[in-house]
Write a protein that binds this ligand. Structure first.
Ligand SMILES: C[S@@+](CC[C@H](N)C(=O)[O-])C[C@H]1O[C@@H](n2cnc3c(N)ncnc32)[C@H](O)[C@@H]1O
Length: 208
């Protein structure tokens, strides 16, 4: 019988291999050993590519999933190119609170469909490290007005494959409706802003 861990992963991976392809493209473009993934739910595909990932979520199902360390390790090993093990941990917590992690200790911060992660978790990202963020919950807009970040690449998606592109960046992050963006305004909106040209996701580098 299929375990609940395997079932949760199958549900998560319903666009089969999609996240694996995304993280592979990002892993080919940047150097990252340690990854922090707040609001991960059970998206363990980050561990298919990166050697050490810390997952964070408040959802009970995610907590149960990661408690089955053997089951999660098997999912990871079956999809890693080296068929080996990667180091992973899970923190059952609200990422807006102190996660008990060392500041500036991660190479990559992941923010996918889970709110204003850059606002609360940039402290854990080392200067020089990267933020992978998609626009759906407004976190791209939040990072774009955060002076600690500089846009260094965009991730384009075409028929299920991903390309990381670092040219022509000036044409991105241009709002369709010019209005002053502030942290307060983005909280009020609770979502992203429309851009004249958009990408699936964005890579920012922490510069200060
Ligand atoms: C839509 S899911 C996205 C999951 C995953 N990032 C993905 O892209 O497949 C959003 C997840 O973020 C989690 N989340 C939202 N706010 C959170 C918070 N403040 N602290 C921790 N987890 C949070 C939810 O519990 C949920 O599992």
């Amino acid at each position: 019988m299929e375990s609940s861990t395997a079932r949760l992963w199958t549900e998560q991976d319903r666009h089969k291999g999609d996240r694996h392809r995304l993280f592979t493209a990002v892993g080919d473009a940047i150097q990252a050993d340690t990854v922090l993934y707040p609001g991960s739910y059970v998206d363990v595909a980050a561990s298919f590519v990166f050697p050490s990932v810390t997952y964070v979520d408040v959802d009970r199902r995610a907590e149960r999933f990661f408690r089955d360390r053997q089951g999660v390790a098997e999912i990871i090993a079956s999809s890693r190119a080296d068929e080996g093990q990667a180091d992973f941990s899970f923190i059952a917590a609200d990422y807006r609170l102190d996660l008990g992690l060392e500041d500036e200790s991660f190479d990559l911060l992941v923010s996918l469909y889970a709110g204003f992660i850059s606002e609360h978790c940039t402290r854990y990202l080392r200067v020089g490290g990267h933020l992978l963020v998609n626009p759906s919950h407004g976190d791209v807009a939040m990072a774009s007005i955060d002076s600690r970040y500089r846009l260094v690449a965009v991730v384009q998606s075409r028929s299920g494959s991903y390309q990381v592109k670092d040219s022509g960046l000036d044409s991105y992050l241009v709002p369709k409706k010019p209005e002053p963006l502030t942290v307060e305004r983005l909280h009020e909106l609770g979502r992203g802003v429309a851009y004249t040209k958009s990408a699936f996701a964005y890579l920012f580098q922490r510069v200060s």
